[in-house]
Design a protein around this ligand. Structure first.
Ligand code: NAP
Length: 198
């Protein structure tokens, strides 16, 4: 397996490079074949960060069935694939999903309706206490270097944590899951290429 470390310098066509990856070794899950298979709910290499979020929920026995999940961000590497996973039929799926982005109006009121909020927009401390429903699960994907030199998530952990049922910290939380899932994808890719299933 291998990955293309993004972003690439501006003069290189990112999509052309991603298309050139052998989809069977595409452990980031960014190749159009893996993106398509994911949207069809078929076996594929799933992007590591979204996969890690699902694994976190599974580990804590948090069902998503019938829950309203609000995803903040619609990037190809986080927002869209995580929304696809929550829509899948089966465990850690079967959710009702709303995706918000920079043109969404009144994000705060949409967030307040969420049973699960996944923040992946890249704006430090964007999700505040008043945006979180009592007892909601808050998953912070954001990793942002602040002017103070420290890492901050997209969620104001101290504030949102007062209302959340569960909340992930930054650093920690989703970041280490991404790395673990990248390794798992590599093992899965190797197994599939040698005709084995895990
Ligand atoms: P990205 O490609 O920059 O996408 C950001 C998304 O947020 C876009 O869809 C954008 O909307 C939306 N957005 C921006 N400003 C907004 C606003 N004011 N209100 C609502 N939506 C807004 O970012 P990304 O690659 O998905 O990464 C998001 C964050 O996750 C970053 O902090 C990144 O460092 C972090 N990250 C962490 C991991 C991990 O392992 N934990 C992995 C990947 C990324 P538009 O589409 O309309 O522009």
């Amino acid at each position: 397996g291998f990955i293309v470390q993004l972003p690439l310098p501006k003069h290189i066509d990112e999509q052309a490079v991603i298309h050139a990856v052998d989809y069977r070794k595409d452990v980031d899950g960014f190749h159009p074949i893996n993106v398509g298979l994911l949207s069809l709910g078929e076996p594929c290499l799933v992007p590591a960060t979204p996969k890690g979020v699902i694994e976190l929920l599974k580990h804590y026995n948090i069902s998503t069935e019938g829950k309203h999940v609000v995803v903040l961000g619609r990037s190809n590497i986080v927002g869209k694939p995580i929304a696809q996973l929550f829509l899948q039929k089966g465990a850690q799926g079967n959710a009702t999903v709303t995706i918000c982005h920079s043109r969404t109006k009144d994000i705060a009121s949409i967030c307040r309706q969420a049973d699960i909020v996944v923040a992946a927009i890249g704006i430090p401390l964007f999700v505040k206490k008043e945006m979180v429903k009592e007892g909601a699960i808050v998953i912070d994907v954001g990793i942002n270097r602040g002017a103070d030199g420290k890492l901050h998530g997209d969620v104001n952990f101290a504030e949102a944590g007062e209302k959340a049922g569960y909340i992930t910290p930054v650093p920690g939380g989703v970041g280490p899951m991404t790395r673990a899932m990248l390794m798992l994808n590599t093992v899965e890719a190797a197994a599939r290429q040698s005709g084995k299933t895990l």
